[in-house]
Design a protein around this ligand. Structure first.
Ligand code: FAD
Length: 400
């Protein structure tokens, strides 16, 4: 059979290999990752792993024996430093070369460097090595002053978990509210209130000007004591190898609706891929487990000859304290929201519309709404703001 090389052994890369074997691919298959660990899940890093409720063995996507049993050549701790598309080979840092019939970029993303003085004092949280470095700083103690730069998903999840470990936590967010890009006003408001009621200080509309040994200085002149500073200020996709091989990159490796580059033999999936999305009608780059695994499965099929474009509905989740936030669809660009349920009780769903079109639903401790919303959005069933706003509206009965 044809040989496949996957560059990047994270959530997406691992799934490409698994799906290829599940779908009957028998040719040589190599999965190359520059981290020491075998492919693992990142979401628990800001959740159970930092909380000390699981270890690396609990995060790995497959046991080591899986790769040997399925003839997957897993290479860890090795970087791919170049790709020669005309010769169809990848070059590893150790100078070894591996040839391919099909190449998949699954190189993910890395924390965006902070453009402030003292950035070297700031820790990131992307890898298990990052999480271990943070754990080492916390050192099993309590009552440390922890400053979190950025009130996005990673920053807020990290804040929740270190607060549970009984540290003093301050979140500094540049925007006027947390999760500006990711969720609606109503959901952001609730999460902020929840963090404050847990004793986390949430500062919005404030930026970090500089970081020093033991302190953080804000743009308004405030100085915060900080034993530990962690940033969650977004990521940039790892595109350099693809770019150097002559492929188009623009905030991601640019691929078509089949997740294919202009080179028929080369695909890109997961956090590193900027793909033609039927949902947005333009190019989209998504950062989620769902996107990584569904795109990987789709590319495995494409390599084996399937012709369907990638159309999976995006969804996402976040756990903070006992709040389970689940998002179906892409709510970005909404102009109307309808809140259903009981916000005072901490159980509600925010339906986000653009005009009369339902873009997505944010379910805050309402898992049934999340499941129903996924079905409705997948089926393309129309649901207007007026319907949702009707007293007694219930997603479970609305579709009967
Ligand atoms: P990655 O998982 O980043 O894997 C890419 C791999 O490729 C990395 O190991 C990288 O080191 C390697 N690599 C890059 N370049 C090379 C090279 N040249 N040679 C060899 N190897 C290379 N998503 C959710 O849906 N829900 C959540 O609750 C959630 N929580 C998260 C919490 C944290 C702390 C983080 C960091 C992410 C979270 N995410 C969550 C996002 C999710 O984990 C990512 O979207 C997902 O991991 C993307 O998978 P990927 O394979 O595209 O990239």
């Amino acid at each position: 059979g044809e040989s496949v090389v996957v560059v990047g052994a994270g959530q997406a890369g691992c799934q490409v290999a698994v799906s290829l074997r599940e779908q009957g691919h028998r040719g040589p298959l190599t999965l190359i990752g520059d981290e020491q660990a075998a492919p693992y899940q990142r979401p628990p890093l800001t959740k159970a792993y930092l909380a000390g409720e699981t270890d690396l063995a609990g995060l790995v996507l497959r046991q080591d024996s899986y790769y040997t049993d399925h003839g997957i050549g897993l290479v860890t701790g090795e970087r791919v430093i170049g790709v020669d598309r005309s010769a169809r080979v990848v070059v590893l840092g150790c100078a070894r070369t591996i040839s391919y019939d099909h190449l998949v970029f699954a190189t993910g993303a890395r924390p965006r460097p902070l453009p402030i003085p003292g950035a070297e004092h700031v820790l990131n949280l992307r890898t298990v090595a990052d999480a271990d470095a943070i754990k080492q700083k916390l050192d099993g103690r309590t009552g440390l002053d922890v400053v979190v730069i950025g009130g996005g998903f990673i920053g807020l999840e990290f804040a929740a978990v270190v607060r549970k470990l009984r540290h003093e936590v301050t979140v500094v967010e540049t925007q006027q509210r947390v999760m500006q890009r990711a969720v609606s006003e109503a959901t952001a408001q609730h999460l902020t209130t929840r963090h404050r009621s847990e004793g986390v200080t949430v500062l919005t509309g404030t930026a970090v000007a500089a970081v020093g040994e033991g302190f953080v200085e804000l743009t308004d002149g405030t100085v915060l004591v900080a034993d530990l500073v962690v940033a969650g200020t977004g990521v940039i996709p790892n595109v350099e190898i693809a770019q150097r091989s002559g492929l188009a990159c623009d905030d991601g490796i640019v691929v078509d609706a089949h997740l294919r580059t202009v080179d028929q033999r080369v695909h890109a999936v997961g956090d590193c891929a900027r793909f033609a999305s039927p949902l947005t009608g333009g190019l989209a780059r998504l950062e989620s487990v769902q996107n990584a695994t569904d795109q990987a499965t789709s590319v495995a099929s494409a390599i084996l000859g399937a012709a369907e474009p990638y159309t999976a509905l995006p969804w996402f989740w976040s756990d903070q304290y006992d709040v389970k936030l689940q998002i179906a669809g892409l709510t970005d660009g909404y102009d109307r929201t309808v809140v259903v349920g009981d916000p005072a009780e901490g159980r509600f769903s925010v339906f986000c519309f653009s005009g009369d079109r339902l873009l997505g639903v944010e379910a805050y401790n309402r898992p049934i709404d999340f499941l129903m919303a996924r079905r409705i959005l997948e089926a393309g069933t129309s649901l207007t703001p007026e319907t949702v706003a009707r007293p007694g509206f219930d997603l479970r009965t609305s579709q009967q």
